[in-house]
Ligand binder design. Structure first.
Ligand code: PEP
Ligand code: MN
Length: 442
């Protein structure tokens, strides 16, 4: 295995910012190269082993967080609320579906966005699109929208802050199973999903009390493993944070445990696929409805030629209306090739539409329908529906319609806070977790 990880520079890289000043970029990159890793290669390997269990059908992935994290969102409150929602969803899945859940945040690094259009117009003014806090500013002003390479450094520090909080919350007692009720306290009264969760938590309490009475109190009840992930879009950033692992002599992108390639940057002859082929992290690739089985097989050949279990996760995002037509052929051909991949369903990105108010939104019903289709397809083929990949937040935002609290299109303006795509709120996320648990059991 070659340790050269610069080869991507010779290839076309889609969706890269046009930095106004290359010298400034070089200064930032030099600084990033001297900074400590955010994660360790051994942790990435541990996640890879857990994803291998997912590919074997023995565990389930829960991957989620903001579409776009923001620097201002790296606060104790925001991070805790997201983790709380993720933990509640994981508990529902573990308890109701009886399956080990691999918990991966779209957190601590999800700061860059691919865009379908280079510019956007409002009130007759046209400006470059927002590309994530790692690149430019969200404000609709010419100044904010200029790419600023020093934002790469802020992305590193915001990731460090977020990961530190996440590690403290998940290891320092907050994620202790005895807290199952506490996570729900502010939530139970007003929401149907919260009430349903409370019932389940009572069952867990009883099981815990029984175990304690038997003298069993395993470590696993007191902490959880939490992993970070992001779309590795801006190659100057992820490359600057790639280090040679002292144990194995191999390169790892130490900015996150897992990184994925987006739907817009998975060109076989492009720089992203080349860069990803060189790093040893567990990796994902998003596959949209135009993906052919040949594309999928070629990606496997490029990204996991040795068929290492847990190395490659395919995150399909077909859309509720397409998944039942498009997914079977992909799964069938990949399975027939003998390749080992984990299949994860992103039920968000194929189901976005614009409401009359102009808000980009998604219907929870479409999200649930795509997940159901994902389970149907894998059920029919005898393959394992390995997990879900979602955009959610721990706050009571009104960005997606539907759910137990029945958000309608007229509600969207009330709390529409996302910096990019619409996220499920906490109640909708729990609704989804209960549905997935049902599907998994049946
Ligand atoms: C995303 O995950 O926010 C995203 C842009 O997804 P995709 O690459 O699947 O369009
Ligand atoms: Mn998104």
């Amino acid at each position: 295995m070659s340790i050269n990880f610069d080869s991507w520079r010779q290839l076309p890289a889609a969706q890269q910012p046009e930095w106004p000043d290359r010298d400034e970029l070089e200064k930032v990159v030099a600084e990033l190269k001297g900074l400590p890793p955010l994660v360790f290669a051994g942790e990435c390997d541990k996640l890879k082993a857990e994803l291998a269990a997912v590919a074997r059908g023995e565990a389930f992935v829960l991957q989620g967080g903001d579409c776009a994290e923001t620097f201002s969102g790296a606060t104790a409150n925001d991070v805790r609320n997201k983790l709380k929602t993720l933990l509640q969803m994981a508990i529902v899945l573990t308890y109701a579906a009886k399956v080990p859940v691999v918990k991966i945040g779209r957190m601590a690094g999800q700061f860059a966005k691919p865009r379908s259009k280079p510019t956007e117009a409002r009130d007759g003014i046209e400006l470059p699109t927002y590309r994530g806090d790692m690149v430019n500013g969200f404000d609709f002003t010419p100044e904010a929208r200029v790419p600023d390479p020093w934002r790469l450094l802020r992305a590193y520090h915001s990731s460090a802050v977020t990961l530190n909080l996440a590690r403290a919350f998940t290891r320092g007692g907050y994620a202790d199973l005895r807290q199952v009720h506490a996570w729900n306290q502010d939530f139970v009264i007003e929401s149907p999903a919260g009430k349903r969760y409370e019932q389940l938590a009572r069952g867990i309490d009883q099981a815990l009390a029984f175990m304690r009475a038997c003298g069993a109190d395993p470590n696993e009840f007191h902490t959880v493993e939490f992993y970070s992930s992001h779309e590795a879009l801006i190659l100057d950033y992820d490359h600057a944070l790639t280090r040679i692992d002292s144990r194995t002599g191999l390169p790892y992108d130490v900015s996150a445990h897992m990184v994925w390639i987006g739907e817009r940057t998975r060109q076989l002859d492009g720089a992203h696929v080349e860069f990803f082929s060189r790093i040893r992290n567990p990796i994902g690739v998003k596959l949209g409805p135009t993906t052919t089985p040949e594309d999928a097989l070629a990606l496997i050949e490029r990204l996991n030629p040795d068929n290492e279990p847990g190395r490659l996760t395919f995150i399909t995002r077909m859309g509720a209306g397409k998944i039942r037509d498009h997914l079977p052929n992909l799964v069938e051909k990949v399975t027939a090739s003998g390749a080992t991949v984990a299949w994860v369903c992103d039920p968000m990105h194929g189901n976005t539409f614009e409401a009359p108010s102009g808000h980009k939104t998604r219907r929870l019903d479409d999200v649930l329908n795509e997940v159901a289709g994902f389970f149907e397809v894998h059920g029919a083929l005898g393959t394992h529906p390995g997990g879900i990949h979602i955009e959610f937040t721990g706050d009571d935002v009104t960005e997606c319609v539907g759910g137990g609290l029945e958000i309608v299109e007229d509600d969207l303006a009330r709390r529409y806070e996302t910096a990019c795509d619409p996220r499920l709120n906490r109640s909708q996320s729990l609704d989804l977790a209960f549905r997935v648990a049902e599907l998994y059991r049946s």
